[in-house]
Design a protein around this ligand. Structure first.
Ligand SMILES: NC(=O)c1ccc[n+]([C@@H]2O[C@H](COP(=O)([O-])OP(=O)(O)OC[C@H]3O[C@@H](n4cnc5c(N)ncnc54)[C@H](O)[C@@H]3O)[C@@H](O)[C@H]2O)c1
Length: 326
């Protein structure tokens, strides 16, 4: 098996989640990091037995062929463009960019350069959502409608999380995950009626959206940024013909098979969070694509489409009519 040498740019919370996984993956070598905070850099280098480089070019000169971009949202676009230009394969954490225009520019650059580019929509690999996807894809449950909620407890921690110039806005930071999930399970969006308001923070922190997908499935989507981390903070409910799927975050999935039938429940409480949140499989799949030169499982276009939904929501409430068609 050919060894893949990877680097990680930004080694805070999620950078270290990926480092923890990568260090144990067969045929992967951690070739270095780029971390702006010197104290953190030296702790991380000691922990993972690696070296801190000052920029992407140095990382490339050290023989690294694939990089993880796990810095704060607003830095993703420039770092990703530079990495692509240098010929790296890239795993970019969500949101890929904090504007639709940048997302499209990035998509163009990825296609022109032909590098592997995977976006960190980890929920696609989470056990609960893989279960739902399988029931829908095999036709066991044909969805007619759905209800989705994606809440945050606060916009206090870390302190920049309420700063829209940093995050792109609350929808980019948290809600985006389940916009991608909505596409993953039900296909592309046709139109939306969008309500949004600034309730507690100086950002649109309450959203109520009615959605119609291109295949006719309809649903509602709510997202609140000040819900106090009351669980479950994230849930998808899918309604079929006397059948239903739902989940409690990444912990449990429920499948009602019909009237008077048993409800199948899977409980992942005891599974390590890196597995049940999908991080392990998304990393395995990225490395596989790099090694084989194959298409990534979550593409740059998936990244663009999720950001298109966010962009449409903001347009709808900021001077728009509250209605958008795709
Ligand atoms: N997919 C997921 O479930 C998930 C979960 C958490 C975070 N994220 C995303 O990952 C990104 C990072 O989030 P986090 O919680 O790990 O943040 P964090 O603040 O814990 O870590 C960011 C790190 O990047 C470093 N950094 C900042 N600018 C840099 C630069 N230009 N070059 C090198 N290093 C730089 C910081 O010093 C810090 O160590 C965010 O975009 C966030 O939305 C995704």
């Amino acid at each position: 098996m050919r060894e893949v040498k990877v680097g990680v740019v930004g080694t805070g919370f999620i950078g270290q989640v990926h480092l923890d996984i990568l260090k144990d993956l067969k045929g992967v070598k951690i070739g270095g990091i780029v971390e702006a905070d010197p104290a953190r850099a030296s702790r991380v280098c000691e922990k993972y037995g690696t070296k801190n480089y000052s920029n992407l070019k140095e990382l490339r000169d050290a023989g690294v062929e694939a990089v993880y971009i796990t810095t704060p949202n607003k830095t993703h676009f420039n770092l990703a463009m530079e990495a692509i230009e240098l010929g790296f394969h890239v795993f970019c954490e969500k949101p890929m960019t904090i504007s639709l225009q940048d997302a499209k520019e990035l998509e163009k650059a990825v296609n022109e350069k032909g590098v592997v580019f995977q976006v960190g929509h980890n929920r696609r690999f989470a056990y609960v959502y893989k279960f739902m996807k399988e029931k829908i894809e095999t036709g066991e449950l044909r969805p007619y409608s759905f209800q989705i909620k994606m809440n945050r407890g606060e916009l206090l921690n870390p302190p920049w999380v309420s700063d829209r110039s940093y995050t792109g806005g609350f929808l980019f930071e948290s809600t985006l995950h389940l916009f991608d999930m909505m596409r993953f399970l039900f296909g592309d969006v046709a139109r939306m009626y969008v309500l949004g308001k600034k309730s507690v923070y100086n950002d649109f922190d309450d959203w109520a959206i009615a959605v119609e997908m291109k295949n006719g499935i309809i649903g509602t989507f709510t997202s609140c940024a000040h819900a106090s981390w009351m669980i479950p903070f994230e849930r998808v409910e899918v309604y079929g013909e006397h059948k239903m799927l739902s989940n409690d975050e990444m912990e449990k999935v429920y499948y009602c098979k019909g009237l008077d039938k048993e409800v199948e429940i899977h409980d992942y409480m005891k599974v390590d969070f890196k597995e049940k949140w999908g991080y392990v499989e998304e990393d395995e799949k990225f490395i596989e694509a790099v090694r084989n030169g194959s298409s990534p499982v979550v593409t740059v276009t998936d990244g663009v489409k999720a950001i298109e939904i966010v962009d449409a929501c903001y347009r709808a409430v900021e001077g728009g009519e509250g209605y958008v068609e795709f």
